[in-house]
Design a protein around this ligand. Structure first.
Ligand SMILES: [Zn+2]
Length: 198
């Protein structure tokens, strides 16, 4: 066999082409889209650190519909929605401004955004004529967690976990200004647990 023949060169050339690594940029994750996925978008709750890859058009669409509560327990979502309604305070504006900046706001700087309406409880504005379901201590504890008195055990548990994660001193680069809030949260949870509410 003549290894220097032009035919053999052609075979060699086509082999080489097949073995070339695929391009680094994966395609957009939007079904059917073949644009390169140059933009990252967080997958959402409980999939922290995971990202979709989208083209510009689809990352925009995704950011507009992005909902941090995706995957959250139904009860917890309901309790958020209820708190929003009672307080007449729309807090579901997240994701409008794009996800990258939003993520960092949620993760580290509770001072900038308050998407969970943690600091101003709807319970504080509630009609006093409404008969309370729980006692004063529990109500205050729920308020500390940003929940109203209708929050069930699952909602309390979910919220507690979220807040601990958010205000734990380790999560805030040792920023001590979060410690007081953190202690309040722990204490409030203790009250609720002692009363068998969670
Ligand atoms: Zn796309």
């Amino acid at each position: 066999m003549d290894f220097n023949s032009p035919l053999f060169d052609r075979i060699r050339a086509s082999r080489k082409k097949e073995e070339e690594p695929r391009p680094q940029t994966a395609a957009c994750d939007h079904p059917g889209c073949r644009e390169p996925g140059l933009h990252r978008a967080p997958k959402g709750r409980q999939r922290e650190g995971q990202y979709w890859r989208f083209c510009l058009e689809h990352v925009r669409a995704y950011n507009q519909s992005y909902n941090y509560f995706n995957g959250m327990d139904d009860d917890a979502v309901a309790s958020h929605q209820k708190a929003d309604q009672v307080g007449h305070r729309p807090t579901w504006k997240m994701g409008v401004k794009g996800s990258a900046g939003m993520r960092s706001k949620i993760d580290t700087s509770g001072r900038v955004a308050d998407p969970f309406n943690l600091f101003r409880s709807a319970a504080a504005q509630r009609n006093p004529a409404t008969a309370p379901r729980v006692g004063l201590a529990a109500r205050k504890a729920l308020e500390t967690l940003g929940l109203d008195e209708n929050a069930d055990a699952a909602a309390i548990k979910t919220r507690y976990k979220l807040l601990v994660k958010r205000f734990h001193p380790d999560a805030n680069g040792g920023d001590r200004s979060f410690e007081a809030r953190f202690q309040e949260i722990i204490k409030a949870h203790g009250v609720l647990r002692a009363q068998g509410l969670c």
